[in-house]
Write a protein that binds this ligand. Structure first.
Ligand SMILES: Cc1ncc(COP(=O)(O)O)c(C=O)c1O
Length: 446
């Protein structure tokens, strides 16, 4: 067993401004994690906490997998860094080829980033550059969706639709419009898997197209299953309609698969799960199972060809003026290659698919608990929506998270929704423990 790092004294917590966290409460009641293994986290005192969220929807293979640890250690000892502009290192090319094999159709090209937010901004920029490259430079509008989460860059915030994330930060990007969100508690509450009603919500894109004219619209971006807002699986037929309308008007369709990529739905990605080929796919999280930060954008061949192969500038001129110092970082590439091997060798996507029905059964068994107003799921993504306390939105779920942690369970909350996304290596016994603890927490929750 590794030795735990020492517990910081209370005033040691002060300097770190913690993201997306109520700092004042956290610093008085910290929830610290010092070690991890498999599906377990351990507090600095050594108390085990079952990880029901794969960290932050990302540690899909569980924690500290020996093959991945070894690959990262070996890479650190061999090549720490190579500039990704004008130079390269072999592993990024090997990784790109592996990723290409995991995606359907001609999603054949990979642009590396370091996070989901960067992947989203990269995809939006590639969309604009593509439209310009094919002589459609008037297509500058970007369309997102209400309640969407596409990270925290200005591009992702602009197409995103979570009000608290947007309202502090001014007008954001101009020329952005939003589709309606797909949650319909009146018709679809307590649906198992994809809800039956709501495919017609995709037709709002037709209205947006008529309002602005197709010649002004570059791309539409959606999460195939909205994750961070609290798991909204798409209504049956919805994504298919979006694909048909975008194709009809020459609008690029971007799937933000930062959460759904790499097994979360019991398939390699949502493209495969839903049988749809979008024009670009944004990735992060499960790509390295969060062992080293990394993101990527999968790009269809005609987009790459338009911007790169058919570029009218001389060959020694850069085709796309975009990239990050840490794009395709050697440590991240080594980690991702090892993680992809773990997915394959342990057949984790199929394992997730096999576990999903039991996950659904145990999740929906919580329907009769007090305060529960909806339960949603797809693959190994689940959400329990609670009624808010009058005048104190999001407090009830927050209290549930704190109570669960005390009982040895890590859950995630967003607003008044509890979100679950266990590692793909979880067993039925782990799920039993997750839902037994949750049932107790819900029963006692004021
Ligand atoms: C769909 C989606 N896009 C983008 C992001 C942003 O990713 P990151 O936090 O790595 O920037 C997230 C993060 O949860 C996400 O769920």
């Amino acid at each position: 067993m590794l030795e735990s790092p020492s517990i910081p004294a209370p005033n040691d917590l002060e300097a770190h401004w913690i993201p997306f966290t109520p700092n004042r409460h956290f610093k008085r009641h910290p929830r610290l994690i010092a070690r991890a293994e498999g599906v377990w986290y351990y507090t600095p005192e050594g108390r085990p906490v079952l990880d029901a969220t794969s960290g932050l929807w990302c540690c899909n293979i569980g924690h500290r997998h020996p093959k991945v640890v070894e690959a990262i250690q070996r890479q650190a000892a061999e090549l720490d860094y190579a500039p990704p502009f004008q130079f390269g290192h072999p592993k990024s090319f090997a990784l790109a080829a592996r990723l290409r094999d995991l995606f359907p159709g001609d999603l054949d090209y990979v642009f590396f980033t370091n996070s989901g937010s960067e992947s989203v901004d990269t995809a939006l920029k590639i969309a604009l550059a593509y439209q310009r490259a094919i002589g459609q430079g008037t297509r500058t509008r970007l369309i997102g969706r209400e309640r969407a989460y596409h990270g925290v860059g200005f591009g992702g915030l602009s197409v995103g639709g979570m009000v608290n994330n947007r309202k502090w930060f001014g007008p954001l990007l101009p020329g952005v419009d939003h589709l309606p969100h797909t949650l319909d508690l009146e018709r679809n509450a307590f649906s198992r898997g994809q809800p039956q009603f709501g495919a017609e919500l995709a037709d709002a894109l037709e209205r947006i197209v008529q309002l602005h004219d197709p010649s002004t619209i570059a791309a539409v971006i959606v999460e195939p299953v909205a994750g961070s807002i609290g798991v909204y699986p798409p209504p049956v037929g919805y994504l298919e309609r979006l694909r048909a309308i975008t194709e009809k008007y020459g609008i690029l369709l971007i799937f933000d698969e930062v959460i759904t990529g790499f097994g979360r739905l019991g398939a390699a990605n949502a493209c495969e799960y839903f049988g749809i080929v979008p024009d670009m796919v944004t990735l992060a999280k499960g790509l390295t199972a969060a062992t080293v930060p990394m993101g990527a954008v999968m790009v269809r061949r005609p987009i790459y060809e338009a911007i790169v192969e058919k570029n009218p500038a001389p060959e020694k001129v850069i085709e796309l003026f975009h990239g990050y110092t840490y794009s395709a970082h050697p440590l991240a590439c080594a980690a991702a290659l090892a993680v992809l091997e773990v997915y394959r060798d342990e057949d984790l996507f199929r394992r997730a698919a096999q576990l999903a029905p039991y996950f659904e059964e145990r999740l929906h068994a919580l329907a009769d608990h007090p305060h529960v107003v909806d339960i949603r799921n797809l693959g190994l993504m689940g959400a329990i929506e609670l009624a808010p306390r009058p005048g104190r939105a999001s407090e009830r779920a927050y209290d549930a998270m704190c109570a669960a942690f005390e009982r040895g369970l890590m859950i995630r909350v967003t607003g008044d929704t509890i979100a679950l996304s266990p590692p793909l290596i979880a067993t039925r016994e782990h799920l039993d423990r997750i839902f037994d603890i949750l049932a107790k927490v819900l029963a006692e929750l004021p």
